[in-house]
Design a protein around this ligand. Structure first.
Ligand code: MP5
Length: 216
C-alpha cells in the first residue's frame, strides 16, 4: 500500500504534470521569461507569503503540542523569505508596497484562511503540504532545465535548497501519520483539498504569465 501523500500525487498526476509543465516555469528555466512577467509573480508571491503567516498561525493554534516548535520555525522562515523578496525587489527595481492581490492570489489566500479557520488540523495540513510540495517540484523543474545562471537565481535556490527539501519530506511524513487510521470520509476531504490546492497552484503560474487583473 502506497503512503497517503504518494497516493495523492499518483491519483492526481495530470494536475501535477500541468503545474510542472506550465509555460511560466519553462520560460524561467530557458531564460526567456519577460522581466515584467517574472516581476508580476514576484509581487503577487510577496503578498502570498506575507499572508501565509496568519494561515500558519491559525494552523499552529490547532496543532498538537509536539508540533508547535516546528510551526514557530516555519513562521520564522516565512519572515526571512519576505526579506529575500524585499532584497530582490530592490535589486530589480520592483515596488512591493503599492500592491493589490490579483484575483487568483486573492482567492487563494481566502481559501487558505477559510481552511485554517473552518476545517480540521489534518485538512489544513494537507493544504500546507500541497502548496509547499508544488513549490519544491516547480522550482526543481526550473533548476533541472536551467540554461545558465538566471537573474532570478535566488528564488530558484530558495525553493530547491537541501533545507527546503528536508522540510517538504517532513511535511509528507507527517501528513502520512495524520492520515493513518482516519475514516475514508476524512481521507476523501483531505484529497479534495489536495486537488483544490493543486489547482490554485496551477492558476498562480497562469495569473503571473497572463498578467491577470481585476476586470474593473
Ligand atoms: C508557496 C509560495 C510556497 N511561496 N507561493 C505559492 C503560490 N505557493 C506555495 O510557500 P513558502 O511558504 O514560500 O515556502
Amino acid at each position: 500500500m502506497n503512503k497517503f501523500h504518494e497516493q495523492l500525487l499518483h491519483q492526481h498526476q495530470h494536475l501535477w504534470n500541468a503545474i510542472l509543465n506550465h509555460p511560466f516555469l519553462k520560460k524561467t528555466a530557458e531564460g526567456n521569461i519577460e522581466d515584467k512577467t517574472f516581476k508580476t509573480w514576484m509581487r503577487q508571491d510577496y503578498i502570498f507569503v506575507r499572508e501565509a503567516i496568519p494561515f500558519m498561525a491559525v494552523l499552529l493554534a490547532k496543532a498538537p503540542v509536539a508540533m508547535r516548535s516546528m510551526f514557530i520555525q516555519i513562521i520564522t522562515g516565512l519572515e526571512k523569505e519576505l526579506e529575500l523578496f524585499r532584497k530582490n525587489a530592490e535589486a530589480h527595481g520592483v515596488n512591493l508596497e503599492t500592491m493589490e492581490a490579483a484575483p487568483t492570489c486573492h482567492a487563494y489566500i481566502q481559501f487558505l484562511m477559510n481552511v485554517a479557520y473552518n476545517n480540521s488540523f489534518e485538512e489544513g495540513f494537507t493544504v500546507l503540504y500541497t502548496a509547499e510540495k508544488a513549490y519544491l517540484d516547480s522550482w526543481m523543474a526550473v533548476k533541472e532545465n536551467l540554461k545558465g545562471e538566471s537573474p532570478w537565481q535566488q528564488f530558484i535556490d530558495n525553493w530547491t535548497s537541501e533545507a527546503f527539501q528536508q522540510y517538504v519530506d517532513w511535511l509528507a511524513a507527517t501528513l502520512d501519520e495524520l492520515a493513518e487510521g482516519k475514516p475514508e470520509q476524512d481521507l476523501t476531504k483531505m484529497e479534495q483539498l489536495f486537488k483544490l490546492t493543486a489547482r490554485y497552484e496551477y492558476l498562480f503560474w497562469e495569473m503571473a504569465d497572463k498578467a491577470e487583473e481585476w476586470a474593473v
